[in-house]
Ligand binder design. Sequence first.
Ligand code: NAD
Ligand code: WQD
Length: 339
Amino acid sequence: MRVLLAGGAGYIGAHTAVALIEAGHDVLVVDDLSNSSAQAIARVEQITGADVPLLIADVRDEEAVAAFVRTHAPVDAVINFAGLKAVGESVAEPVRYYDVNLGAAIVLLKVMKTEGIRTIVFSSSATVYGDPEHLPLSEESRTGIDLANPYGKTKRIIEEILRDAATADAQLQAVSLRYFNPVGAHESGLIGEDPTGTPNNLMPYVARVAVGSLDRVGIFGDDYDTPDGTGQRDYIHVVDLAAGHVAALEHAGPGYDVFNLGTGVPVSVLELIAAFERAAGRELPRQILPRRAGDVAASYCDPSKAQRDLGWTAARTIDDAARDSWNWQSRNPNGYAGD
Ligand code: NAD
Ligand code: WQD
């Protein structure tokens, strides 16, 4: 199949492009490069030997996206990675977050209608569960739009837009994938996570400490009700996550469905740092800081629905992710800007 990746130059999109091409599919990418580099697509081409057409445009430019799709017709499916994703920024700039994230999803659905594309896979997030009532989180767990931050609300609202669109159009196949905490990099070290400025997320922060561009890891609280007192998360290797998109596309049927993509294994902040120390072969300076506002003690999923319905399961461990993240960071200390 031929798949349009909206936001495909980003961290998860680039890894998914590689997985799709390696599974025998063709990909094309629309990305405004607001949080990524065209170099990521060049590296996807280097890894796979495939040509990846790239349209540099805002995905909300409906005419440009439709024309791109027509040029590469027939396009069979869309994966929507495009959007803004910084939780704290979304609290400060809610209107921009609703504008970009909802606008991108709506324009893609409109283009799909005019161009006769029936399948869409959407990057949702574990953030839609808010503060978990029960662990592990299943797809049936409580979600709401009463979430603490506008970013999470955009994910929840887009899920409902997809559900309504699939109810109205019997031919539409729509899937939301609720990612837990994506980490790691492609084993080649050619593509990886390249956040702008100081990373918000733990693993890229730890990677910058390991490479020496940041002084020490700040641990946001060691007094949670968890085995070692630090927060627990379900860290999913980005190459496993990418494979989950291939499985979702290949198994999509009419209607709307939602899947958790995670490992089901809780890993604490201290355990992640220890895995990175093993990978990098050095001790990493750290400091206990107060809890970060809005953080939950623990979040991890029950991944059995994806295993049952998609035949997908996460194969890689936190040590695999730390090794691959360190490989990417040490080969590319300045990310794609080093090229
Ligand atoms: P990313 O920022 O690396 O990728 C998003 C891409 O979308 C970037 O390349 C960016 O340039 C592009 N983009 C943004 N707005 C655009 C627009 N209007 N038009 C065209 N392109 C646009 O982020 P990522 O980590 O790869 O995340 C991909 C998706 O997965 C996002 O929707 C994110 O919300 C979601 N997600 C990410 C995580 C995570 O921790 N990384 C977790 C859960 C869900
Ligand atoms: C993980 C753990 C922190 C940084 C966020 C978004 C979520 C999703 C993934 C998009 C927590 C601790 C972190 C640091 C630390 N994104 N930590 N020091 O908060 O689970 O999820 O990214 O959808 O929506 O909220 O991920 O990597 O920021 O934090 O101690 O410098 O690491 O307290 O326990 P989080 P994270």
